[in-house]
Write a protein that binds this ligand. Sequence first.
Ligand code: GDP
Ligand code: MG
Length: 434
Amino acid sequence: MTAIARKIVDLSGDTKITTNVDVLSEIFNHPDLKDKQVCVVSITGTFRQGKSFLLNFLLRYLNLKYKSKSLSSEKWLSADGGDLSGFAWRCGSERHTTGILMWSEIFLAKLPSNKEVAIVLMDTQGTFDNKTTRHHCAAIFAISTLISSVQIYNLRNQINQADLEHLECFSGYGQLAMDQSSREAPFQNLCFLIRDWQYPFEASYGTEGGQHYLGQFLNAAEQPEELRKQNENIKRLFKNINCCLLPHPGGKVATNPSFQGQLEEISEEFLQTVEAFVPSILAPEKLVPKTVNGETIKLGDLAHFIQSYCQNFMNDDIPKLESMYMATSTAHYKVVLTEAQQLYQNTMNLLVNETSDILADVNLQAHHTLKKSEAIDYVKSKNIMGDEEIKRASLAKLSHDLDEMFLSYKKLNQIKIQRKKDLDKFNNDLQSTK
Ligand code: GDP
Ligand code: MG
């Protein structure tokens, strides 16, 4: 099946937010990938500023580097690869669609540690334009920040204090979902991507110039107290913050409606900067596996988190602190409880299956007690945020569910014992008739 951008979160009316459950499960429950760590790269910012267009460079790199594995030098961007394609970009001032889109193909990369990581690309649409309500802006920004491990904040010309205000405010909603008592930054990487940078003589194009520019902006000595606080707050929200300055891509890209993604029509300077920028996010040593509260999560877990966050934004109001926090906590417990049950079942299935030795009831009971306590310890060993109440309730649920499962295992075991008895009796009878 050819890969396409699929909508996973949809917005309608003033406040309605829906998740596309079928698409979520199709993409995230890929049998070979669902148990892999995941790196989620998202791009957000005002509409019509080249977000989707840029994602296609990321896609091209992913295809060359991790799919066809044909990338051997730093010069990976050549016209031989054909025109740009993938996420649809649009000329003109009408926005294309709204919501959160995800590339349907997931790429598998190897980290320098040799661990495999699944890479997911996410596009957000419809933020900060005059048709998107504040509620929807907050939702898209917060949800995409919550589920990504790398958030690219796409801006035109320069960083304005208003952009930082948006960032602080909307990520703040996301922060509500995170552990307030944790000293760790709630989010992972943030990358400011400045389009149409016009002052290369002050700060050069690319990530080095970007870092210089960002430093000047975030660490300016003479700032009003209010701005200084805002900037400090943003630094606390993300573990790493970088910046890249991109040149203007040329008149054809910006204004020609018939531009179809031909690389020859894009300015050389733009291509060179992008060629260096993309690996700064997607090269194996740069990939950032997604964590929640410091715990690595798997591709297959993402759907729970997305659904849980969206549900919180479905009400008319901006979500309250407790409810966003609970959303993360509940989703994380759900994931970990399933893993714990799986651990328990793995052993118990082996013990009662047809080919294994027969166990006396008391022995099976002993295994159950041991495995149940291991499953409970597994949950306890995880750093899941949430108060004592949700922890107690989750552990009680696990204990109850495992006891229920045990009843089924016991029945299976008894059937096995009975069958053995019947067989022995049959054999004995056979012997005595001889
Ligand atoms: P999105 O709404 O942010 O996803 O924007 P699109 O990717 O759909 O692009 C909107 C328009 O901007 C298209 O006509 C693109 O060709 C053009 N475009 C893409 N990148 C750039 C850029 O870096 N600078 C300028 N000025 N235009 C761009
Ligand atoms: Mg777009």
